[in-house]
Design a protein around this ligand. Structure first.
Ligand code: HEC
Length: 143
């Protein structure tokens, strides 16, 4: 039994000694090899903007265009309620798409006075970006 413990200790000692025996260039080579997999970057580290940006988007809770559409736009835009252009019906959208995205985004965010298209489709918790994503989703699915 003692012999087993001893050999485990000896093995551990051998490993830790060999890790310390690495030369600087060997360490650099190892870091180079493991870097692409883990992209070891810390918050605020400017060297890994991509990874930080992805994390920021995820943590802001931003909803996809499809999610926003399903929760805030579908009620009118799937049935044509109040004269809404119907999702997926190209004939309802051709003239509107021709006005360009900027106009459609404004309609989505501010609504269209005097029509059933209320500001943000009534989704006041939606950011402008989320409404624009919903417009993109509707346009892409209605061409
Ligand atoms: C209460 C019903 C209703 C809801 C909810 C609604 N819409 Fe609309 N929407 C309309 C109607 C009605 C029109 C047509 C208005 C018109 O031009 O007469 C319209 C038109 C639009 C247009 C075309 C605008 C243009 O300039 O031609 C876009 C884009 C649009 N809606 C986006 C959205 C988005 C995005 C949502 C969800 C966030 C949404 N709508 C939710 C009723 C609705």
């Amino acid at each position: 039994m003692n012999r087993v413990i001893f050999s485990v200790l000896a093995a551990l000692l051998a490993i830790s000694v060999s890790a310390q025996d690495l030369t600087d260039s060997q360490r650099a080579a190892i870091e180079e090899r493991i870097h692409p997999v883990g992209q070891s970057c810390m918050e605020g580290d400017s060297g890994c903007g991509g990874a930080v940006a992805v994390a920021a988007v995820a943590s802001s809770g931003s909803r996809s265009g499809e999610e926003v559409y399903n929760s805030a736009c579908l009620a009118c835009h799937s049935s044509g309620a109040a004269g809404a252009p119907i999702y997926g019906v190209a004939a309802n959208w051709t003239d509107r798409i021709a006005k360009g995205n900027a106009v459609l985004y404004t309609s989505g965010i501010e609504g269209i006075a005097g029509t059933g298209m209320i500001a943000k489709g009534g989704c006041m918790s939606c950011s402008n970006e989320e409404i624009e994503a919903a417009v993109d989703y509707m346009v892409a699915g209605s061409k």
